[in-house]
Design a protein around this ligand. Structure first.
Ligand code: CP
Ligand code: NVA
Length: 308
């Protein structure tokens, strides 16, 4: 069994295998007769716990649908309704849950919760987002990019905005999949030096460029995310908006990139804040494919967790 905790903690070949497997899984659903799909049910008779300590639309729905398509069943649990939210340790929760279920996906705040869960669980644990990373999202993003533009290795990805958890997983993916990443945002919201240093140590080009128009020059992919993440204090909202407004992805900024540069956003998006509707709904945007690919990428991740 394998956990899927972070992109930089997963073997490069395994990551490539997950992307390839996701494509196969996606294609199979489109072309296969029902009988063939029914014969391939790796989660048959298995129960997967989906634990949420933060809100979710895509992660919750795509994992739930994915598990059912693979023949399994889900139990969606809210952290605050569990004893976990009332003083029971993560380790004890992990030990008990492992006696009931075959896999655990958790969305939580502090990454130490995820790590403790993985250390004490005897079933695979999947990171469904923490304050620091969001690896399932970026696996879907790699799948989406490669479907539209071929191999991502050697391409230029530009992150515009807050150097947050999704940006961190993009830095990890840059190191593992071999693409260049330029961060463009205010100095106060730079990605953590640990993540930038890790990616640079893998030999990829990581640039920090404060001028977004210069940053997107030659970009193959431009990525935006919310200016206020779920773990950010709402009291910081106005200050963050003021700092981040120059990094909005709009038509003018897209015109500085390659004409066929793709636009991605993990969603939920705040229209006319981090991205304008003309970009979100425009010809370069692949956001709906990106959301769909959460399903296919996560099915491949669950297969990897069970089968290696
Ligand atoms: N992108 C993403 O993880 O969305 P949800 O918060 O809706 O799960
Ligand atoms: N950075 C965002 C991503 C949401 C999917 C957050 O953590 O709220």
């Amino acid at each position: 069994m394998n956990h899927f905790l972070d992109i930089h903690k997963t073997d490069k070949d395994a990551l490539r295998g997950i992307i390839d497997s996701a494509r196969t899984i996606k294609d199979a659903r489109k072309g296969q007769p029902k009988a063939a799909l029914d014969a391939d049910l790796p989660l048959k008779d298995r129960m997967v716990a989906l634990i949420f300590e933060k809100p979710s639309t895509r992660t919750r729905t795509s994992f739930d649908v994915g598990v059912r398509q693979m023949g399994g069943q889900t139990m969606v649990l809210s952290g605050s309704d569990m004893q976990l939210g009332h003083g029971e340790t993560i380790a004890d929760t992990a030990r008990v849950m492992s006696r009931y279920v075959d896999m655990i996906m958790i969305r939580t705040f502090d990454e130490s919760v995820l790590e403790e869960m993985a250390e004490y669980a005897s079933v695979p644990v999947i990171n469904g987002l923490t304050d620091r990373t969001h690896p399932c999202q970026i696996m879907a993003d790699i799948l989406t990019f490669e479907e539209h533009r071929g191999p991502i290795a050697g391409k230029k990805v530009v992150w515009c905005g807050d150097g947050n958890n999704v940006c961190a997983s993009f830095l990890h993916a840059a190191g593992q999949f071999g693409f260049d990443l330029t961060f463009s945002g205010p100095v106060q919201l730079d990605p953590e030096p640990e993540f930038v240093g890790w990616a640079r140590n893998q030999g990829v080009n990581v640039e920090i460029e404060r001028d977004p128009a210069k940053a997107v020059d030659g970009a193959d992919l431009i990525v935006a995310d919310t200016w206020v993440s779920m773990h950010d204090a709402q009291s910081a909202r106005e200050r963050r908006h003021n700092m981040l407004r120059p990094y909005q992805v709009n038509r003018d900024l897209m015109n500085h990139a390659k004409p066929d540069a793709l636009f991605m956003h993990c969603l939920p998006a705040h229209r006319e804040e981090e991205v304008t509707s003309d970009v979100m709904d425009g010809p370069n945007s692949v956001i709906w494919d990106e959301a769909e690919n959460r399903l296919h990428a996560q099915k491949a991740i669950m297969k990897y967790c069970l089968e290696g």
